[in-house]
Design a binder for this molecule. Sequence first.
Ligand SMILES: *Cc1c(COP(=O)(O)O)cnc(C)c1O
Length: 354
Amino acid sequence: MKKPVSFYPGPSRIYSKVPKFIKTAYENGILSMNHRSPGFSELLQDNDRVLKEKLNIPKDYKIFYVSSATECWEIIAQSITAKTGSYHIFNGAFGERWFNYSRSITENATALEFNDQDQLNVTNISPGESTICITQNETSNGSQIKPETLKKIRSVFSKNLIAVDATSSMAGLFLDFNNADLWFASVQKCFGLPSGLALLICSPKAIKRCMEITERDHYNSLIFIEENMKKWQTTHTPNILGIYLLNQVMHSRKNIEKVDKQLTIRSLAWTKFLDASEVMEFYIKNPAIRSETVITLKANQNFIKRIKENALEEGFILGNGYGELAKSTIRIANFPAIKKSEIKSLREFLTLWM
Ligand SMILES: *Cc1c(COP(=O)(O)O)cnc(C)c1O
């Protein structure tokens, strides 16, 4: 049997060029490179340029490399919000986990939970001085907070810091980085890369706050990360292979506006296709708040079990539901690394299950 195509929303399909890049990294000695060497610093500088160019990240934002989105939850709590507080807005399992991580680090964490079928109502938000924490694309239920809403939150709460978990949308959707101060994502979702690396992207305002707080109690205190990156270095030996693969993949990619446009077209085609189903329905009823990158479908449990098993026999991995939705939903990634021909084959399979 051929290797199945993974439509799991993370880890997901990785770019077909990745094996070639791994080979080059080995052959060019990149994997044995010292992380304090000029060669590695150059790689970080080049990454900074290519990420800013391809993802439209403002020039004065800082890009840091960490191990996971989960680590970002902890870094933000330790180095920023432990003193000043965090205000978590969520409607699903990932946003709730972030809130729980923050709470275990500081008592200074509060939450606004909203119904996953509802549009987030900005007038309900009352963060005080706390950092507003938002999960832009809730991978567990397939909902998203739209760019217009983020923009509105930014303008209403212009004094607050805003942190955004964009793990399953960064490098897939166009994000206006000016609308928040701390953005993060791990690379096993829309970046189409192997897991074990995440980006934490900070505005000048976030860096300033970090400098005022000067929390230095952890190996991954943000201030250490920032001090090292000023010299194009990292606090510890990082995932050099991951950073190199990120560099190569970003060089081979189009600008995010083009990627976003293509994903939106694909998302609309998925919607049209799935709306015709009599047995599966979108878990998120309102198309205006539905994720474009993670499709979450509801059906009866027996059907869910059978379709996943059958899909695997036919060479497709469908994503399990997440958390409370584990047995009642399936998830299908709409990530950029998935090929048009693979989507076509999956649809042919699904046609028999409509
Ligand atoms: C996948 C995911 C995470 C967790 O990512 P890790 O890299 O495993 O820490 C966090 N938040 C969201 C929204 C995710 O989709």
